[in-house]
Design a protein around this ligand. Sequence first.
Ligand code: CFM
Length: 535
Amino acid sequence: MDAREAVLDKYSGRVFKNRKDHIVELDEAGVPKEIASNSRSVPGLMINRGCCYAGCKGVVLGPLRDTVVITHGPIGCGYYTWGTRRNKADAPDGRNFIQYSFSTDMQETDIVFGGMKKLHQAIKEAVEIFQPKAVMICSTCPIGLIGDDINAVAATAEKEFGITCIAYSCEGYKGVSQSAGHHIANNGLMKRVIGSAKDEIPKEKKTFRLNILGEYNIGGDGWEQERILKKIGYEVVAVLTGDGSYEALTHAHTANLNLVQCHRSINYIAEMMKTKYNIDWIKVNFIGIDETIRTLREIADYFDDETIKKRTEEVIAEELEEIAEEREFYRNKLTGKTAGIFVGGSRSHHYQHLLMDFGVKTVIAGYEFAHRDDYEGREVIPDIKLDADSKNIEQITVEPDQQLFHVALDKARFDELRKKNVELEYYKGMFKDMGDGTITIDDFNHYETEKVLEIFKPDIFYSGIKDKYMIMKKGVPSNQLHSYDYSGPYACFKGSITFARNTYLSISTPAWNMMTPPWRTKSTLEGTLGDENYA
Ligand code: CFM
């Protein structure tokens, strides 16, 4: 029985039929394989996904520091998305509201009689107390069910208070995961925020203005990227949306190039900005030493400017020099180890490179909610069949804005860069970097995690809070790649050392493996059923 068969073996016929296409063995890198993804999870399986509201409010809109994001719904949704994602933010203009949780705290009577008045009152209070740059409203499940017209409330509030107020119908039940919420948030930002300052496109030929898309500043990753880019001589116009601001987004159309870090959560905006403003986008990866070097060289190559190219090499050399000793130390300690990685929709690919920098091979990888293109590459997008859950999410079309259109990159130059494998308007996906008997599982569940731990016996398994302790109880160290276990940044050069240190500490502390849990030696639960005793 191969690994895939062993994982599927115990499933009932119905579950087997569903799960078999979500598990793929990759023997040779580059051999095309298809994987089922972005579809409904099997009810009853313990999975790690979040909901549509989590993707819209928690992931994309939440990190905007100068914006009040109001959760319209019962308090639980607001509470459980309060501060659990470590998207750090500063307060350069005195506005940083991300440590607050704003909610309309819907009660039973509001559900019966409607919550629109309460929402209006919440916006009023937020504007008066905090004077934010904008207000965003995110709907939770009950709001969609009772039919509160949040768009009408937003429109009235906008007029009354003279502030941008945008409503997002991102009820948790929409779509199959947080991925639906990313799409809804992307649409709203594109329609109402990005480019709304309408400032002219700088005419001078050589400007090096970048947006970083799909970087959420978890543990300070975005700050590390900005530090390096600014040191080289780039201007960072806007970051979407880590330590991001509404204000900066209104000027985002003035950038010359969009860098896409997390393809899954933001490729919609990258594509729409290309259509509307003719801004090229390039898939980058600031996770991993070699990947950061590749990324920096490709950006320099895109602009094709001698000063920028020279500065890029100088900065790379300086940064490498600073980490040389520790890099060597951790490489010696970690070479030959193996890892599993299971995160949301992009990190499971990015971190394989960082692990490789230290000689650690990834033998199991999976995404919670990625789409086929994140696994197989964007070339499969035309073949992806939209099911009813995806059709439920609005697809907006944008038109070219002739006034704010950027000068196109010369076609020959575009082709030349693509030939050099620069991922211009392209993402190759995770599969092409795997192979060799490794396994990929879409929408992992806890049973499958236990199975792959038994089969592959990795030295470490990176995942999140929902399964971390289940993994540790199997005796395998587990570090979180969503929140970084309160550590970070992990991006770029210095970040890679912090990551390697944490990995080394975890692998060298196999405490859970040294314990015999009480349930192995004696029964810990006792009860009666009818007249019978159970122990
Ligand atoms: Fe993109 Fe993210 Fe991720 Fe994601 Fe997320 Fe996250 Fe993630 Mo947690 S936007 S897809 S919805 S890189 S919150 S910062 S770590 S699951 S792999």
